[in-house]
Design a protein around this ligand. Sequence first.
Ligand code: GUN
Length: 298
Amino acid sequence: MEQDKNLYGKIVAQTINDRVMSEVDYLKNKGVYPKLTVILVGEDPASKVYVRRKEKTSQKLGIISETIYLEEKTSEIELLSLIDKLNADRENHGILVQSPLPDQINENKIIIKIDPAKDVDCFHPQNVGLLVSGNPYVLPCTPAGIVEILKYYDIAVSGKNVVVLGRSNIVGKPMANLLLQKNENANATVTVVHSRTNDIEFYTKNADILIAAIGKAHFVKKDIIKEGAVIIDVGINRIEADNEKGYALAGDVDFEDVLPKVSRITPVPGGVGPMTIAMLMQNTITTAAFQNGIEIKK
Ligand code: GUN
């Protein structure tokens, strides 16, 4: 039988969720009821799906969840004053404003308005700074989820050549910073390549671990990877399809094409996706504990 090369984020997420559930109990025994508030502005269909998933997972794990739906035409000032209110609410420990936001709202202004103590996304410059300087408070959700997958499957990262494809603030940049940390789950030699990189293949062909977060369906093919590479596919792209919905989801990696050449690979769906929410739940515990002066032992 063919060896199963898949890295199942779904399974790893379950182990994180189990830990979070016991931490929720621990906090509740101390009188703290962890609560996450998610704000969705507008009608983006993919965002609606993500926000519902976050709510469902919170409820499953015993985290109080509130989702605030705001109209597409909501002004920046309205959103900023809502964040002010949530920052001041001692019963609320985490604030997530779902991205992307409508054009009239400057995302950077929103990010810096959120109290860093409640920043479950790790988007606030204070939290990004703590990560970069090697003393993180919360962790960036998707990158931290990828580290958990590598850890669970015993994939050595220390000393390896890791190439991150994409330089977004949400995945590429924090991913690189997390893998540069001085610890056994990191210690990687990290290269970030992006749309303006000359000769992307030069780097990807030398990658022991390739993390694709470029937002282009099936960008990674077998001819640009190293034999035996570990491939992590962060992409969730909508491509036209001849089905009821009219679209299908495709990763940044051409799975069938690269499969014979890789040692391990995350599928889409069921790979990285479930980890993002699991790590968000973990961050909510971190913020709830911190705001109440409680230490969670790891
Ligand atoms: N949009 C897509 N993924 C995310 C995420 O992890 N956090 C936020 N705030 N918005 C997103």
